[in-house]
Design a protein around this ligand. Sequence first.
Ligand SMILES: NC(=O)c1ccc[n+]([C@@H]2O[C@H](COP(=O)([O-])OP(=O)(O)OC[C@H]3O[C@@H](n4cnc5c(N)ncnc54)[C@H](O)[C@@H]3O)[C@@H](O)[C@H]2O)c1
Length: 283
Amino acid sequence: MAEWTSVSRLHYKGRTLEWTNKPLMTSEQKTLKDRVALISGALGSIGRAVAMELGRRGAVVALSDIHSEAQAAEFLQQCERAGIQTRYRQVDVSQAEQVDAWIADTESALGVASIVVPCAAIVTRKGVREVEPAEWRREMEINVDGTFHVAQKSAMRMAAKKVPGSIVFLGSWVAERPMSRIATYCSGKAALRMLMQCMALEFAADGIMVNEVAPGYVDAGLTGVTLKADPERRKVLEALTPIGRLIEADEVAFHVANLCDARSSGVTGTTLLLDGGASLRTS
Ligand SMILES: NC(=O)c1ccc[n+]([C@@H]2O[C@H](COP(=O)([O-])OP(=O)(O)OC[C@H]3O[C@@H](n4cnc5c(N)ncnc54)[C@H](O)[C@@H]3O)[C@@H](O)[C@H]2O)c1
């Protein structure tokens, strides 16, 4: 049976952007074939899951993290065994020139990235009274400036090369939900939500969709660390989540990948809330 496809066209100021839509898929189908994906913070729990999901759908994944290539080797081998083509570079996302060099290197080796998922982040678990100005600054440099560097530069490269694509931020339900002891993190995620919306507005005419997946309590990564340190905390977080369980990193990756699919090319400036209903609670 012939595969169903359709063509979307965007006309703007005398320019026409065109892309082919394919059917919404199972993740076994290579709907992201021939696309290059940039993922920062790619050695983290969610970054790895995103790399595997995008790779399984056919994208070539250009990964970076603050860790060395030697520290990345095991994960890169895992990708290779899964048939996923990777390229890795050590990058501190708070340093704009390192991000620029990564994007330039990726473009010359693999072509312009049309999928961009900035995942790098840290969390400072201190209340407003305790957080040091240097701690506030460093977290903002990584979580906000780092995401900005990756997203700004890649969007400009896509626009310059007339390549439509998708940028998906890793937001959080705490962007709109104040929490004690992580004020820096909440403030950074709120800033990113507005940046995502402004970028969506500015780059829509270039065929570049900018969205955000905003998880609640994920059973991995930044939250996972606290679960290991305090196993009782899992029960507390499950009780705070109406679906009665925590979110898996794979679920985050699934929704990120869906937003990168050409069938999502009408979705921009949106937050996909993946919090198991946690933000619906009023107490
Ligand atoms: N885990 C959760 O509960 C949760 C919930 C909502 C949102 N998120 C978001 O998901 C994303 C991934 O988080 P995660 O839970 O996988 O955490 P993680 O700690 O497993 O991954 C974060 C990665 O960022 C990297 N990193 C830190 N500083 C960096 C820097 N300066 N330059 C480059 N890389 C750097 C780390 O080395 C790590 O590999 C983050 O944006 C986080 O805010 C996580």
